[in-house]
Design a binder for this molecule. Structure first.
Ligand SMILES: NC(=O)c1ccc[n+]([C@@H]2O[C@H](COP(=O)([O-])OP(=O)(O)OC[C@H]3O[C@@H](n4cnc5c(N)ncnc54)[C@H](OP(=O)(O)O)[C@@H]3O)[C@@H](O)[C@H]2O)c1
Length: 274
């Protein structure tokens, strides 16, 4: 079995809620797969397992340099990782109901967030923008104009009317108590609101601030860190949050490491470490 044979089976197995077992989809992780297919299976098997044990899950990915940056100081992040990781990114989108990005990523990259590199459905695109900082630029964002998949502007409920006036009611997800004390973002409420819409498999695609907030608020089940052999220096940070003072108290989640072209992808099991 090759990657091309395996991918549609694996994709549909991960998308099916509460899959009984990989075998139910004809998946046998043994000598029937070539080595590339075996690696693909190992990358997505944890998401299959999550689907069997949970009503919903959240995975994030960051592509970063050896020194922990996700972009240069000007915001250039195309492309830190190699083409193999881009393919992986699109596969992650294809197994999820929704892909979430932070507002600065939209402002700088204007991403499409589609699955154009792999066979598979486009996820719903979610722009996490609690205070509507995207302002008037939101209407020109590609995700609101390319007609490839629905897009939601996710904000605090206090801004609902303003957001609806800009993009229409179908494109706004206004969440109660997304902002606490006017400034602190409370992400479990965002995850709950997305699940209430039937969006149960969530992919947080960046940037560094957004993934860090999901991680710090224990909203991630798995984190894929794709480390590329490049050194950026004073770029935009990847993971950054106030951690413990003692090294002994820092998280050391169980992980698998997968070679991916010239990069290495660290697949961290955050559920096991909480
Ligand atoms: N390598 C990767 O895997 C990857 C993936 C995605 C993006 N990126 C890169 O990451 C960078 C963006 O990531 P990030 O961590 O800086 O932010 P982000 O997570 O995309 O967005 C959240 C941050 O953006 C701020 N923000 C909101 N609206 C803004 C606006 N209109 N202009 C400027 N900032 C705004 C937010 O501030 P408040 O909280 O105060 O609202 C918050 O700090 C870009 O350069 C992008 O190219 C890299």
């Amino acid at each position: 079995m090759t990657v091309d044979d395996l991918w549609p089976i694996l994709r549909d197995a991960v998308r099916a809620r509460r899959a009984s077992s990989p075998g139910a989809f004809g998946l046998r992780p043994d000598g029937h797969m070539d080595s590339a297919a075996q690696q693909l299976f190992e990358l997505f098997e944890p998401l299959l397992d999550l689907g069997r044990t949970a009503d919903g899950w959240v995975v994030a990915q960051l592509g970063q340099s050896l020194d922990g940056c996700v972009a240069t100081r000007s915001g250039d992040s195309s492309f830190i990782n190699g083409p193999e990781n881009l393919l992986h990114l699109h596969r992650l989108r294809a197994v999820c109901d929704a892909v979430i990005v932070g507002a600065r990523t939209v402002a700088i990259d204007d991403p499409r967030l589609t699955t154009r590199r792999v066979p598979g459905p486009n996820p719903i695109r979610v722009l996490l923008d609690p205070n509507l900082r995207l302002g008037e630029h939101v209407e020109s964002a590609r995700v609101f104009n390319d007609r490839q998949a629905p897009t939601l502007w996710l904000c605090d409920a206090r801004w609902q009317d303003r957001a609806v006036a800009r993009v229409g009611i179908d494109r706004v997800l206004a969440v109660d108590d997304l902002l606490r004390d006017d400034t602190t973002l409370h992400l479990p409420n965002a995850v709950r609101a997305l699940r209430a819409r039937g969006l149960t498999r969530l992919f947080v695609e960046g940037g560094g601030v957004t993934v860090s907030r999901f991680l710090a608020q224990r909203c991630l089940d798995r984190l894929h860190l794709a480390v590329a052999p490049v050194i950026i220096g004073d770029g935009r940070r990847g993971l950054q949050f106030s951690g413990p003072a003692r090294l002994a108290d820092c998280a050391r989640p169980p992980c698998n490491v997968h070679p991916m072209g010239s990069d290495h992808l660290w697949d961290l099991d955050l559920r096991a470490s909480t």
